[in-house]
Design a protein around this ligand. Structure first.
Ligand SMILES: NC(=O)C1=CN([C@@H]2O[C@H](COP(=O)(O)OP(=O)(O)OC[C@H]3O[C@@H](n4cnc5c(N)ncnc54)[C@H](OP(=O)(O)O)[C@@H]3O)[C@@H](O)[C@H]2O)C=CC1
Ligand SMILES: O=C1O[C@H](COP(=O)(O)O)[C@@H](O)[C@H](O)[C@H]1O
Length: 491
């Protein structure tokens, strides 16, 4: 496709009545169409079991867009491109009807035969859907065919491998887009730019100048109505195996020789290969898990995880993880990457703190115990931006220093309308840019790192709940850094 051309596409959504489709996919497609990022020659086929008509489906699409953006222009005309078919993925006979509908729409809309299949469904269906798409001829088209797969991609390395071979029987690796929505976030994409477009940072980006890196992704929400999925997954599979390790890889990778999908992936893969695998005896030294009890979040009293549903009364699933990750390569030997993520914490925030090594002797602070190392903070959300903490002279006669903050906030720039992560990733998949999707090798290496932790945890009885809702997790998470002489920066 010519870079100037706007993609023309027929999007086929499996799980069209579900939460993800409503909250993320329809508003994203609306923005892509409204901003004319994609061609007006587009259509959407929604598939799910519910017995909806096109009208009911369109009504739901319009409501989801309005919920996201308030009153919107030309919503009815936008929704008229959406078509619904009641469909049970477990009934193979249904695929022929889907094929008929797709071919009929392709003769009505000028989409060049381009088909984007989006699997917004429970993962147990991913493999069979992919195979049936091939079996029933839905891949046979004059245009391109791509498959977007939601997470979780497997439950551990073994099941991820099984799933991957199933999907690869039907689709080539270049046609598979494994989505990790963190890679669509503006400030996650900014990590590479901050590092590789600024001479002042890249020279310092190594174990001679950085003492540790901290990545926090905290949420105030609890498990909501996803307990069936979440209880089987827990924070380590839900957030660490994918989003957190992807951020580690972006922070630690070597500069790619070119900004192409293959070169960037190849550098990320090298980092994941260099992660120090944990022996069972070392898991407790490096990883802490937690589960929320009751507490107060945003001034409201909330219940503990085990009270969220009858099925969770005896649950040992972790809703919090903190970890110390080591990367055994020349650049990062000896620099801990601390990560923490959890539900029902005191605030919703994702941020990265790069702590630089302190100077050997500080002449400007009153006591030797006062440490104000330089920090670079990358705020991923909600306030997208960067802050650099330096020390400057305190006003007054004495020769004393105090920390100051130089900051840049993306939202403060006029006319910058940050695209939502899903919007960006949907567009990338339509133009065939897989840079911000995860390659199978990345998925496999992430599971390889996580598996030993899962194995130790599943054989032990945790003492849950061990953190109050509205806090920043269990005390042991602070000790993880304390034992190395560091602390979490609440900047
Ligand atoms: N929701 C979120 O915020 C996120 C979700 N994800 C992932 O996205 C995927 C979808 O999640 P989510 O939308 O929350 O899940 P939901 O449970 O809300 O939706 C599931 C969808 O699948 C349909 N469905 C279920 N069984 C069948 C079947 N046998 N045949 C056809 N359709 C069926 C349901 O519709 P019906 O009942 O009408 O058949 C519904 O449309 C999952 O893989 C999840 O892990 C990833 C990140 C975030
Ligand atoms: O993938 C997931 O991410 C969300 C957090 O995403 P964010 O963009 O709001 O930071 C998390 O709530 C969910 O459990 C997980 O599946």
């Amino acid at each position: 496709m010519n870079a100037q051309e706007k993609p023309k596409v027929l999007i086929i959504i499996f799980g069209a009545t579900g939460d993800l489709a409503k909250r993320k996919l329809y508003p994203s497609i609306y923005r892509l169409v409204r901003n004319e990022t994609i061609s007006q020659d587009f259509a959407v086929v929604g598939l799910a079991r519910r017995n909806w008509s096109d009208d009911v489906y369109r009504q739901n699409v319009m409501e989801s867009v309005e919920q996201a953006f308030g009153d919107c222009e030309e919503l009815e005309s936008f929704a008229s491109h959406f078509h619904y078919q009641s469909f049970d993925v477990t009934d193979e006979g249904n695929y022929l009807q889907v094929k008929e509908l797709v071919e009929k729409l392709e003769s009505e809309y000028d989409t060049n035969g381009n088909r984007l299949f989006y699997l917004a469904m429970a993962p147990e269906f991913f493999g069979s859907i992919a195979n049936n798409l091939k079996e029933y001829g839905l891949k046979e088209t004059a245009g391109w065919t791509r498959l977007i797969i939601e997470k979780p991609f497997g439950h551990d390395l073994k099941t991820a491998k099984e799933l991957n071979s199933q999907i690869r029987e039907a689709f080539d690796e270049e046609q598979i887009y494994r989505i990790d929505h963190y890679l669509g976030k503006q400030m996650v994409q900014n990590i590479e730019v901050i590092r590789f477009a600024n001479g002042i940072f890249e020279h310092l980006w190594n174990n001679r100048f950085i003492s540790n890196i901290q990545i926090t992704s905290s949420e105030t929400l609890g498990v909501e109505d996803r307990s069936r999925y979440y209880d089987d997954s827990g924070a380590i599979r839900d957030m660490v195996q994918n989003h957190m390790l992807q951020m580690v890889a972006l922070l630690a990778m070597e500069p790619p020789i070119k900004l192409t999908t293959d070169e960037i992936r190849s550098e990320k893969i090298k980092v994941l290969r260099a992660l120090r695998q944990l022996e069972p005896d070392h898991v407790h030294e490096h990883f802490v898990r937690g589960q929320y009890g009751s507490g107060v979040v945003n001034d409201e009293e909330v219940i503990g995880y085990r009270k969220e549903s009858e099925d969770l009364v005896f649950s040992n699933t972790e809703t919090f993880v903190a970890g110390k990750i080591l990367i055994d390569n020349y650049r990062w030997a000896g620099v801990p990457f601390y990560i923490r993520t959890g539900k029902r914490m005191s605030e919703k925030r994702t941020k990265i703190v790069i702590e630089f090594k302190d100077i050997p002797m500080n002449l400007y602070f009153k006591s030797d115990r006062e440490h104000h190392p330089n920090l670079l903070v990358i705020n991923i959300q909600p306030d997208e931006g960067i802050a650099l903490y330096l020390n400057a002279k305190k006003a007054g006669a004495e020769a004393l220093a105090e920390p100051i903050e130089l900051s840049y906030k993306q939202g403060a720039m006029p006319a910058i309308n940050t695209p939502e992560a899903y919007e960006k990733l949907l567009y990338d998949s339509m133009i065939g840019d897989a840079t911000n999707f995860t390659h199978w090798d990345e998925v496999a290496l992430s599971w390889k790192y996580i598996d030993p932790i899962l194995q130790v945890w599943q054989n032990e009885q945790p003492n849950f709940p061990n953190y109050e809702s509205g806090s920043m997790g269990p005390k042991k998470s602070d000790k993880l850094l304390g034992q190395d002489g560091f602390h979490w920066w609440e900047v």
